[in-house]
Design a protein around this ligand. Sequence first.
Ligand code: UDP
Length: 346
Amino acid sequence: MKNKVIVTGGCGYIGSHTVVSLIEEGYEVVVFDDLSNSKEFILNKIEEITGKAPVFEKVNLAKESVCKEIFQKHNDAKAVIHFAAYKAVGESVQKPLMYYKNNLFSLINILNAQVENKIENIIFSSSATVYGEPDLLPITESNEVKQPFSPYGNTKKVAEEILLDLTKSEHNFSAISLRYFNPIGAHSSGLIGELPSGIPNNLLPYITQCAIGILEQLKVFGDDYDTKDGTAIRDYIHVVDLAKAHVAALNRLLKKEQETSYEVFNLGTGKGYTVLEIIREFEKVANMKLNYKIVERREGDVPELYAATKLAEEKLGWKALLGLNEMIRSSWQWEQQLRASVKEGY
Ligand code: UDP
């Protein structure tokens, strides 16, 4: 048996795919999740895929005493992969304190518990949102970190700063922040994928929910950007590739291969697609026309974001392998299987 790893938010979208990759690599996984934005049945699906159910603890890590207790119980873990956080950009603008409290209290509680129990490795879910509107493309890790456009984004920026400070003060402590570009797609089994609560904010779940008839019409936010077709460009990355990057980062931490105790990596493909290109690819994959209309730009959106991938390739020995077609095919398969299983009551 390999090392034991704690995955917070392991029932969530990226968390669940990472748990699958970790189990497939022989890690012993313990999931901490409060199920505030995920469902427990995902654990059964993980077992269906891997043949192994992770240990599960339903806990709210923003509560200090709860966090302390659960870490004591699992103090033989070697590392934490921390996904558990609120992530709705718009909601964070409405309820900033809720976002700062949940995302930062939980991080601080986890780090305290890690120090206390000598679990000295953490991988943190960060986001390309910390680059704001970048001056240079593709975005390298040395691009300036800017004031993010939302409290959600700021929780990522502040969390990264907390991690940097902690690795300076605790000499045995190591941290890696992974800055995600736009994760989409689902596991090839169709058993796990993104489960947005309410109306989705992100493009792909919005498209698939329109296509399946839950939503009526996709709004394309702006066609007057300075891009080839006027719509905004993003670097979409398959969630299974993203999951594998976490395993690569974990291996790097546990093998003590880091060059500095705090490292940052972009996780993207290096290739950008416009919103209209995504719509066209979806229409091809699903063999249907999508009902959409062009509307005003969405506040806070930047015209173009795509990652430089060299650092992750060199240091993590990881690169994204799955292309746009597979990303969209698996998103659509997941949406269809999910709706069929919802009808059956999961
Ligand atoms: N987008 C859109 N309509 C939607 C959701 C998103 O046109 O209903 C666009 C959005 O303006 C951006 C891209 O799709 O250019 C990706 O948006 P998403 O919210 O998925 O990710 P973001 O990059 O904003 O984090």
